[in-house]
Design a protein around this ligand. Structure first.
Ligand SMILES: NC(=O)c1ccc[n+]([C@@H]2O[C@H](COP(=O)([O-])OP(=O)(O)OC[C@H]3O[C@@H](n4cnc5c(N)ncnc54)[C@H](O)[C@@H]3O)[C@@H](O)[C@H]2O)c1
Length: 285
């Protein structure tokens, strides 16, 4: 997500410091950004000159304090782990200039909780980009309990400058995107678990019947089953409502490290490397 966010900011003319703890991830990010810009050129939505201009806006560093020291805005997109994000926000808060807005791309962690570990909770906000960032239009903007109205307005304007469509929501578990998406995915997994239908049938009903571009099980594989489980746990704990309890099949698949596309197997098998959808052996009839 970090490389996608850096891509859209650089392409919109902003100077970007891309920061990661792993230097290898930074190299990989630059390769990905270049490859994605080349794809835009082949589709005619970017010129070679615009690509060079965007790439010249990008710097990379593993030094977080130095990377944020002159920033007007920081968009954090590190691994989805509460303790890690709280630690990173304390570090950013002490290194970034006063007045710098601190945004997080978290999918599910409370903005209010993150803001509370900083000395500037009024300047902390959720800026939830969708994957793949250069392609997806939505930015879900999440107001924490203390977020200043002017900060929200600035982030709305900025999102439009990035060519995105902002939607402002409030900070409750799952915000809007995942509060609605994850129960649907969980229900699809429960339907499979209870034997109501097979993987292909469930996805086909939702694709052809509801005009979804991708079935919920395939989408879960793309998001990562570990990520889906983590978000469902946030909803379940946050609302204390059993309707959000993760399906035992999802829990088992995550324990077995069948995490979807990133591990090569989830509801579908991706080990063949092709684009064709092949149902994973566990779910073959
Ligand atoms: N993957 C998605 O589809 C998606 C969609 C929307 C939002 N998000 C959110 O975006 C964030 C990132 O997701 P991702 O899928 O890109 O995660 P990822 O685990 O693929 O990448 C996270 C990156 O953070 C780096 N990192 C870890 N600790 C760090 C630290 N202390 N300082 C700097 N960098 C650090 C890692 O090296 C890694 O390169 C998460 O909060 C996630 O919930 C993800």
């Amino acid at each position: 997500m970090g490389n996608g966010i850096a891509h859209v900011f650089a392409q919109s003319g902003f100077s970007v410091n891309l920061i990661d703890v792993q230097a290898a991830q930074l190299e990989k990010a630059l390769t990905t950004i270049t490859k994605n810009m080349d794809r835009q050129i082949s589709k005619g939505s970017l010129t070679e000159d615009q690509k060079q201009a965007a790439l010249s806006q990008l710097r990379t560093t593993t030094d977080l304090a130095q990377g944020v020291s002159k920033a007007d805005l920081v968009v954090e997109a590190a691994t989805e782990n509460t303790e890690l994000k709280l630690k990173i926000f304390q570090q950013i808060d002490s290194a970034a200039p006063a007045g710098c807005i601190l945004a997080t791309n978290t999918s599910s962690i409370s903005i209010t909780k993150i803001a509370a570990v900083t000395k500037r909770p009024e300047l902390v906000i959720g800026m939830h980009f969708m994957n793949p960032v250069p392609v997806m239009k939505l930015v879900e903007i999440i107001n924490g309990y203390a977020t200043q109205k002017e900060v929200t307005e600035k982030i709305v304007t900025l999102s439009k400058q990035l060519g995105k469509i902002p939607c402002v929501v409030n900070d409750y578990p799952g915000f809007i995107a995942n509060r609605i998406l994850m129960p649907m995915i969980n229900e699809a997994i429960c339907s499979l678990f209870e034997g109501v239908a097979g993987v292909e049938e469930i996805d086909t009903v939702m694709k052809l019947g509801m005009a979804h571009p991708m079935g919920p099980l395939q989408l879960a594989d793309f998001i990562g089953l570990d990520v889906c489980l983590a978000i469902l746990n946030v909803l379940h704990e946050g609302f204390g409502n059993p309707k959000y309890a993760p399906c035992p099949l999802l829990v088992n698949m995550v324990m077995a490290k069948n995490l979807g596309v990133k591990s090569g197997k989830g509801f579908y098998d991706y080990s063949h490397g092709g684009k064709e959808l092949v149902v994973a052996p566990n779910f073959k009839k």
